[in-house]
Write a new protein. Sequence first.
Length: 294
Amino acid sequence: MRHLASFLSSLLLVLCLAVSAQAASANGVLLVAFGTSMDSAKPALDDIGNAYAKAYPDTPIVWAYTSDIIRNKLAREGTRVFSVREALDECARLGIVNLRVQSLHLMPAEEYTMMQRLLVRDLSLKPGRFDHVWLGVPLLESRQDLNDVMDAVFASFPRERKADEAVVLMGHGNNRGPADLAIACVATALNEKDPLVYLAAVEGANSFDSVLAALREKKVKKVYLQPFMIVAGDHARNDLAGAEEDSWASQLKAAGMEVEANLTGLGSNPGVQKVFLRHTADTKDDLAHPKKAD
């Protein structure tokens, strides 16, 4: 009888562990970024991934890139990264039924909107395979986000920066969608916090020309350059700090200013990671069970 009792006890323990493991795998996180194909830029995404692994231990974390161009380029180099649709298939294969999807986009602009459409379409075509799909919004959506991100960005400025030296941040921007308005709002807030901190964009109406004119008018002698992007990819390496004549660094040097570049993506900033984690934890936007408007 003692042997039978011992056997039953061991069997019960194994069953409990199996149930526990199954419950753990029922929850998962899907991180969706625009993506990068540059090895020098990837650490910013790795840092975000490490922050999520710490916050969600023993939880599957799946990645997807929204950029077809980047995924195809990586595939030609022998590295596969999921699309949003493929990542959802992978989450289902892993047995995840309660899925937290976190956008790693900077603002709720074109790429984020496209991701939303892809998620909704997949849920409509394959209903029932997820019990819950909670969607976390991009980095900058609320005033709290703006304040938190500004604090994080200002904390990243070089300690040796002097009061009369400027910081110029490069955002991506977009000729379509709401990115122009969002970039303008953030640029205004940054400049109000420090009149020598500027944000401009590669695309859209918030061009570098007006920033360059303001720096000249204020007779700034030194400028620190930083990307206002999740990763410091091609735009940061070339358009911001590159040696070409039309790069921002070259234009500043041609105007007689000293230039120093810090090519670190926002994804490596712990304060930025905390905003993403807050969005993941706080979201109540369950795409599997959308609430009707009152």
